[in-house]
Write a protein that binds this ligand. Structure first.
Ligand code: SF4
Length: 299
């Protein structure tokens, strides 16, 4: 393949994958919803979980998005410094969001600031959002695609605490956010928490926390314990599926952390809803690819 052919191939892959992950939930979310359904004994909670399963089956069968809100498209990219299309990735992903909007189709969700006009293409100023990490000496690219829906973006909050607030202050902030706004986001929720020394770092990490596979804990044993305790506390609130009460509130609590300034602790929360549309794809330098989030998925 020459360079032009590679650009065309990657654009096609990413167009199809962007549409695909809006219709199919990833394996870990599907398994977690099944697990939570089995824990319920109330009629209402079971019915709601069953309707989520039916919704998913219909989306698969009819080849339609699994929620009407297909979100603002975001790409979290880990690209090898030797990836042959490094300079073209940004244009490719913008074209992919635009084409997927027509082909999938995706709802139009890009409103230009100040003009207050929906572009109708899911592209606009800095949208699709692209977050970059460059991996030295690698030749491939790994892309996490995320659809940031309105409901699940609404509870997103951040705050910089005085250091004396400690980890108790972090937990208090998370619970305030969840009890005030969590219900807006179609529970059961995935709670992403970022902790660092400034609000921008915490906010970015809170979103990245949503991409960790469910069931994988923070690498630090204290971090893992804090995730477990918050998960238990939030589940004890009993929000239940769609906030209609039940045994659980969350699919999980994930924290991502960065070393902080001695005088600050910044904490941010990002939320994923039950229809947590995240998709991970690995593309190699020869444009072969593997979908790692949806076993057996084909484009
Ligand atoms: S919160 Fe999630 S499931 Fe609910 S409407 Fe928004 S995108 Fe859809």
């Amino acid at each position: 393949m020459n360079k032009e052919e590679k650009i065309q191939a990657m654009t096609e892959i990413m167009t199809k994958f962007t549409g695909y992950m809006g219709k199919h939930l990833p394996d870990d979310v599907t398994a977690k919803l099944k697990e939570l359904r089995e824990q319920e004994d109330s009629y209402l909670a079971k019915v709601v979980y069953d309707s989520m399963t039916e919704n998913q089956e219909l989306a698969n069968r009819l080849n339609r998005p699994c929620c009407q809100d297909t979100g603002v498209v975001q790409y979290f990219v880990k690209v090898g410094s030797q990836f042959p299309l490094l300079a073209e990735v940004q244009d490719i992903l913008r074209t992919a969001a635009l084409e997927a909007t027509k082909e999938a189709p995706l709802r139009h969700n890009a409103v230009q600031i100040f003009e207050e006009k929906n572009t109708g293409t899911n592209t606009g100023e800095r949208i699709p959002w692209i977050n970059w990490e460059i991996i030295p000496n690698e030749k491939g690219i790994n892309i996490e695609v995320y659809m940031a829906g309105g409901g699940c973006s609404l509870p997103g909050q951040g705050k910089t605490l005085m250091p004396a607030a400690g980890y108790e202050g972090v937990v208090e902030f998370v619970f305030d956010v969840m009890t005030s706004y969590g219900i807006n986001a179609c529970p059961p929720l995935l709670v992403g928490i970022g902790i660092g020394g400034s609000i921008d770092v915490a906010a970015e990490l809170s979103k990245k926390a949503l991409f960790r596979p469910l069931g994988v804990r923070h690498s630090n044993s204290r971090g893992a314990e804090m995730e477990r305790l918050m998960e238990k506390g939030l589940n004890d609130l009993g929000l239940g599926p769609q906030g209609l009460s039940g045994k659980n509130s969350v699919m999980g609590v994930h924290m991502e952390t960065a070393a902080r300034h001695p005088s600050t602790i910044s904490v941010a929360v990002s939320i994923g809803c039950w229809a947590h549309r995240k998709g991970n794809i690995q593309i190699n330098e020869d444009m072969t690819y593997e979908i790692t989030s949806h076993r057996g998925g084909t484009l």
